[in-house]
Design a protein around this ligand. Sequence first.
Ligand code: FEO
Ligand code: CA
Ligand code: CA
Ligand code: CA
Length: 675
Amino acid sequence: GGSNNDNAFKLGFSAVAKGIDDALRIPAGYSFSALYRLGDPLNASTGAYANDGSDSAASFQFRAGDHHDGMAYFGLNAAGLAKDLSNNARGLLCMNHENITQIFLHTAAEVGAGFNNSARVPAQIDKEVNAHGISVIEVLKGSSFSINQLSGFNRRYTALSNMEISGPAAGDDLLVTAYSTAGSATRGTLNNCANGVTPWGTYLTCEENWAGYFKRPASSTLSAKAAAAQNRYIGSSASNGSYGWANPAGGDTSGTGQYDRWNITPTGASAANDYRNAANTMGWVVEIDPFAPGATPRKRTAMGRFGHEGAMPAKAVAGKPLVYYMGDDAQGEYIYKYVSNANWDAADANGGLTAGNKYLDDGKLYVATFNADGSGTWTELTITNAAIAAATYGFADQADVCINCRLAADAVGATPMDRPEWTGVHPVTGDIYITLTNNSKRGSTSLTTGGKSYGLDAANPRYYDDGEGGKGNPNGHIVRIHETGGDHAATTFAWDVYLFGAENDQFGNASINISGLTDDNDFSSPDGLWFSQAVPGLMWLQTDDGAYTDVTNCMMLAALPGKHGDGGPVNVTSAAVPSNANADQTVTTQAGADATAATLRRFLVGPKGCEITGITETPDGKTLFVNIQHPGERTTAADIATPANFQSHWPEGGNARPRSTTVVITKDDGGIVGA
Ligand code: FEO
Ligand code: CA
Ligand code: CA
Ligand code: CA
């Protein structure tokens, strides 16, 4: 495979070695600084972060949230007053705060007392709610980048902030809550994982693992239809929700239902606290205008409701629809795309959320089916599809299809994938790359999607036991799609596998190390995947790994992918698969051509217990922003009283609590990062 970049860009750095030390490793000739850490203040009137659990819940409305994830840089003009997307020295960073490490948000005494999910301390809930959501922060370059605490653009959106609901499902009965009897608003954005951007300079933030937060009743208390929807999205068991936010000690005395809204039990609800539909207000792509602090974010329901990882665009072309590729990250879930009905008109380039209404509220939602012969189909999820109209679930209308699109995708025979994470569109070839991070249940009859069990297929072809507790597809892979005719609105495509993850103890096993990885580029559990906008064809790959942490902390690699069809068919031998699994798939893959020393190289290794996720750059490609999420995540509650026992102390060192952090990476000679 050739590298398809216009300017023959070559990776110029020396590969960073794998390692498990509590440090951030980058190549020789590069430097990094910590820009924005958990708890850092957004304004001058908020004090420095104590980082001992004593910082107040309310202060988190003006502090960095936790678990930094997807982000995007939007240039501001030199005066810092308006949009200038070309500015390399001043911009707005929009950033997701996906989740929390609960024990690091509270004092040692609080952690020691334990967290009772049947009776939480309300102030603790409030802090956790405020540590989720989004940051918008102005970053300004002096000798290096720092936060401009005086910027009027700086703000947080939390899991309590007002959000509008927009698009075909807005106003539907399934979105009515006590907060919005019109079904047109909700409070909070939650588990914002990866992201996207629009050609009019707005930020798309994507709600992923929200389902676990709701207090779910037993199915016997629900209508058959409501139970089917909750089973498909939230799981089939009654639950208090992962942090017990529905259960403040003493009940919800807020007068606003701010705790009751996490309880989706209809039984006993009066109009004032009926939040049975609250979970339907999460799971969306949410649009934020970074340049309009007063504008309420909008949940774009035409793009479907699921465990949204990200929404990455194809290149906007005048006179063509806008297209977004989207993964639903859970075992056996699907890959989707959204195609706007309106064709792109550059006159909308400053349209803000009004442009969003035009392009993101009116379009077609498709789901992918991968065939064994390397072809594939995008099937539109519409109530006019006979299989959807006839589904047992009983769709009422197109709003119901948008809200419960997983059930619609089940009905049309979409292909269950090995946890679809980020997507990225190669700016030169137009090929779409999709990370499939891992799937411990692949090949097992216990894995079902929409009630259907399945084993191996050509697009998810591997089962093995890695001998260290990992089974199924422990190391993940990356699929690549080429739309028919290069048209992103096409309804058919061709696909192959770009890379298979593998660990160093499997280098000699050609049926596992299919891509021929070496010590300089081996990886496991690909998750973040992003194409530079400055260097056509330069791709960054980030990992969120549990299988390889005995050898290395999570990492980021640089890649120069070839193009679909460069490789040839390879037979993937899967040892000891369960009998249902249709073993030994033949797949078309690059078979190593995309994993040479010239085309795939490790750039960064993070500190202990972190995930590397979220990346953006200045338009010249000379400053890279990378998020280090949840360092020290394997620290236990029992460790809190003994800081020396924390898994990580990064970035402060000493005995400090670890902090999710945005780092700024530059090349010491001022060149393009990666060169
Ligand atoms: Fe938030 Fe699928 O990673
Ligand atoms: Ca992710
Ligand atoms: Ca992941
Ligand atoms: Ca994570």
